[in-house]
Design a protein around this ligand. Structure first.
Ligand code: GLA
Length: 380
């Protein structure tokens, strides 16, 4: 049917051709959406999913609600070459086996509590002991081995919730922990932690990702240049429990206030290096706790990739992968030898429940624990 010009104008005036005088809609660039796929089942038969977050900057993160594990982190270098910069496995099976907390959320108490006990309001609590005489990373079955309830909190934001029941691994109080991973267009992974309890308790929740900015399975991290925004650290005893002293890094192999290769002093003749078999120490961050500030910067001269870690936490555990020994076979069956990666676990200081001079890790009913850590990637 052909319309005369008069008919066309009449219809147009009557609104019957609404839209025909508007410019064609622009093809709006849609934010990529999160992909969800089945990741299999735990040994107990619980279904687990894998979520893929991606952004316009070419960064892809894969995260499972089993242990809140960051399984893959695909990061471009300056030439756009993408590498997976985190240690891990190809499938859920690997994570269900024995491994040193690859990519996982650790809690309730990340790091060590001496002799697996602490006193709170006059009661002594006895925890599961899993690291010689001490409690490490939440006990026998910590947050890293739990199936978390997942919710898509935004286009590139995955929210994970876990209720740890009163008495789990010896800790008091029903503790609800919410961890939100958000991938931003500024090539950041932002991790927001929140927790509430119905009884006074202690907590120290963090993420235990192992980074190698050259790509997982691609050599060691001894050439990575590290900067730590810390004038002091917490020296440890033979069981890696802090002595309580906040020691200056000045004049020691622990001084990373200027960019220094991780390997430059890792075999130094220093008592704390010997005790840690390298670096396995908590740094006391200079920035005021509670304010998001730069804690660490890592640069891989080989690929040019840079990771900046900012946090609201008072400390960061710098672990140089000393206990990796090639027995765990990771992605593609690759062995991960000693120092194949490093961890920067933003946290409260180890053994804080037994150290009144350390910042408090006590959470009271009615209060909300909140912390934020940001991993920002770039390349030069
Ligand atoms: C932490 C500890 C290390 C080690 C690893 C896991 O970073 O500080 O001593 O236990 O976890 O192997």
């Amino acid at each position: 049917m052909q319309l005369s010009r008069t008919d066309f104008c009449r219809l147009l005036a009557a609104g019957a051709l609404a839209g025909c005088n508007r410019p064609a809609p622009e093809t709006t660039k849609k934010a990529p959406t999160m992909k969800k796929e089945s990741y299999g089942k735990t040994k107990g038969g619980e279904a687990v999913d894998l979520y893929t977050l991606s952004n316009a900057g070419g960064l892809t993160a894969k995260i499972t609600n089993y242990g809140g594990i960051v399984t893959h982190l695909l990061v471009p270098d300056a030439k756009g070459q993408v590498a997976d910069v985190v240690l891990g496995f190809d499938s859920l099976d690997g994570y269900l086996g024995t491994h040193p907390y690859f990519g996982a959320i650790v809690g309730r108490y990340g790091n060590r509590i001496a002799k697996g006990r602490f006193k709170l309001n006059g009661t002594v609590y006895k925890l599961a002991v899993n690291n010689d005489a001490n409690a490490l990373h939440g006990g026998l079955e910590g947050f890293d081995k739990k199936v978390w309830t997942a919710r898509e909190a935004g286009p590139q934001s995955l929210e994970l919730t876990y209720l740890s029941k009163d008495g789990e691994e010896g800790y008091p109080g029903n503790l609800t922990t919410v961890v939100r991973y958000t991938l931003t267009d500024a090539n950041e992974i932002r991790i927001d932690y929140e927790a509430t309890t119905d009884k006074p308790t202690v907590l120290n929740v963090t993420n235990h990702t192992y980074f190698n900015l050259s790509g997982e399975g691609n050599g060691d991290i001894l050439g990575h240049e590290l900067t730590l925004e810390a004038d002091r650290y917490t020296p440890v005893d033979a069981g890696l429990i802090p002595t309580g002293v906040l020691a200056p890094v000045e004049g020691t192999p622990f001084d990373f206030r200027r960019p220094t290769a991780v390997g430059a002093r890792i075999n130094a003749d220093h008592q704390q290096i010997k005790v840690g078999k390298g670096y396995d120490h908590n740094y006391v961050l200079n920035g005021p706790a509670g304010t998001l500030a730069l804690a660490a910067r890592v640069r891989d001269p080989k690929s040019g990739r840079v990771l900046e870690v900012s946090t609201t936490q008072p400390g960061v555990q710098f672990y140089s992968g000393n206990f990796l020994d090639g027995t765990v076979k990771g992605k593609g069956g690759k062995a991960y030898p000693q120092r194949a990666a490093l961890c920067l676990e933003t946290q409260h200081f180890p053994d804080s429940p037994n150290r009144p001079n350390f910042p408090s890790v006590v959470l009271q009913p009615g209060a909300k624990f909140q912390s934020t850590t940001v991993w920002k990637f770039s390349a030069a």
